[in-house]
Design a protein around this ligand. Structure first.
Ligand code: HEC
Ligand code: HEC
Length: 252
């Protein structure tokens, strides 16, 4: 059983690799297409490379894997660009693109995408049981005191649209992407600035909790005004390195 699975996953590696190369190629082709024209600044060039993967204006690719970056809080986007450049999050093509960019330039790119106001697509119906959805909702809204899991809403905002500048919203993200991020934190593949509150929280979530939370969140509509809140309603229950002590982002 285990052997069969290993063989199957090895066989799919070349196909995945070719797909990734094709994607990177497309991104660089998009960038090169601009090279023939005179551009007023290099930010437009850099951003064309990004939207080759992240969709027009950063609205997300339809594949459920390349996340939306448009309209996310600027501090959060900036922090992620630092994370990819400095190795706390791993993605080969992104790390390559960001390798030689300084903090000020990354901040400019973050500000560019944060100001894109693009409507969100309708949520998908979650193909799961009512009990799983109910578990997901209850974790997001109330947490689980018995297992020391704080409510996601405590930091991600009462409407789950995030709290600017450092905490992202949890709505409008595909189920696969949510599963991958929470699983990544649980397995140590995604890290945030220490103390890494999301790593602590993910370590307390069971695989079924992760499935439940991702199913419920991805089936909720984004409110018409999907903007992040500007302040926490209560103090975040765990300290997070990417949120300053007074609720503002710490500088790099
Ligand atoms: C080759 C495709 C590719 C290119 C080019 C690319 N990205 Fe990404 N990016 C990804 C993938 C895939 C992820 C999700 C990785 C993961 O699962 O952690 C990601 C994640 C992100 C995130 C984190 C989103 C979140 O909600 O946490 C940000 C921000 C981001 N990219 C910005 C950019 C910017 C800015 C550029 C251009 C400088 C860029 N990306 C270029 C593929 C790409
Ligand atoms: C103590 C505050 C806090 C709590 C509680 C919290 N989060 Fe987070 N979360 C954060 C911060 C801060 C980030 C940004 C981390 C970084 O800078 O990479 C984050 C990021 C995330 C992301 C990444 C989003 C993206 O676009 O990639 C997901 C998914 C997430 N949290 C899910 C959850 C879920 C589900 C819960 C509840 C079970 C939860 N969080 C509870 C603070 C919190």
């Amino acid at each position: 059983m285990h052997r069969a699975r290993t063989v199957r996953s090895f066989r799919s590696i070349p196909a995945v690799f070719v797909a990734i190369l094709a994607m990177v190629g497309a991104c660089f082709a998009a960038r090169d297409a601009y090279a023939g024209h005179t551009l007023p600044d290099t930010l437009a060039q850099r951003v064309a490379a990004c939207t080759g993967c992240h969709g027009r204006e950063g609205r997300a690719a339809p594949d459920g894997f390349h996340p939306r970056i448009a309209g996310k809080p600027a501090g959060y986007l900036y922090e992620q660009l630092l994370n990819f450049r400095d190795g706390r999050r791993r993605h080969v093509a992104m790390a390559h693109l960001l390798a030689n960019l300084d903090d000020a330039y990354l901040n400019e790119i973050a500000e560019h995408f944060a100001t894109q106001e693009i409507p969100y697509p309708a949520p998908r119906t979650a193909n799961t049981t009512a009990a799983t959805l109910a578990r997901g909702r209850s974790l997001v809204v109330d947490g689980d005191a018995a297992r020391d899991i704080p409510a996601c809403a405590a930091c991600h905002g009462e409407r789950f649209t995030g709290v600017a500048p450092a905490v992202p919203g949890l709505l409008g993200l595909p189920r696969d992407y949510l599963n991958a991020q929470l699983g990544g934190w649980k397995n140590g593949l995604r890290k945030a600035r220490a103390p890494d509150c999301m790593a602590t929280i993910a370590s307390r979530l069971s695989p079924h909790d992760i499935e439940a939370v991702s199913a419920w969140l991805s089936s909720q509509p984004v409110p018409a005004d999907g903007k992040a809140a500007t302040a926490f309603s209560t103090k975040p229950p765990i300290e997070c390195g990417s949120i300053g002590r007074d609720g503002r982002k710490v500088s790099p």
